[in-house]
Design a protein around this ligand. Structure first.
Ligand SMILES: [Cu+2]
Length: 157
């Protein structure tokens, strides 16, 4: 019988070599906010609220984020762990108007996000307007991480 720690060590050894990458779709995409560009243009970005979420082995901290529809945000997604992680929430990505996703090496302005990859000791910043109210599951899609507890919830009120 393999215990949980043993399984984590095996998983880290097997999966450590393949770092996850961003996945961004070409638009237009069904399901995403249609007038995202107009919504991004309409808000005052100087009033954007900063929110932080930290990624570790194997958790999101905080685990739950609550946002308000119509408000602009700067979400700092910081990987303070030692392995690569992802920030994935299809429902959330389809419910926001994305302005930009920036990192140390790239800036993405496509609104059709699918996977945000965060290397160890790096920060990605996602600027967006929260649009559609709902409760959305958040997870890390690196194999086994979600089953180790790397899940959360994003609420847009
Ligand atoms: Cu992870």
């Amino acid at each position: 019988m393999v215990n949980k720690i043993g399984l984590m060590v095996v998983a880290a050894a097997v999966l450590g070599a393949c770092a996850p990458r961003d996945v961004v779709l070409e638009g237009p995409q069904p399901g995403y906010v249609e007038d995202a560009a107009a919504r991004v243009a309409a808000v005052d970005w100087s009033r954007a609220e900063s929110v932080e979420v930290r990624l570790t082995e194997y958790a999101f901290d905080p685990k739950n984020l609550t946002l308000r529809a119509g408000k602009p945000y700067r979400l700092q997604i910081e990987n303070v762990g030692t392995g690569s992680h992802t920030f994935v929430s299809e429902g959330f990505f389809q419910s926001i108007a994305v302005k930009q996703l920036v990192g140390s090496e790239s800036a993405i302005s496509s609104p059709f996000l699918k996977t945000v990859a965060v290397s160890p000791k790096t920060v990605r910043e996602l600027t967006f307007v929260a649009v559609r109210p709902g409760t959305y599951r958040l997870e890390c899609t690196v194999p086994l991480h979600a089953s180790f507890g790397m899940v959360g919830e994003i609420v847009i009120q």
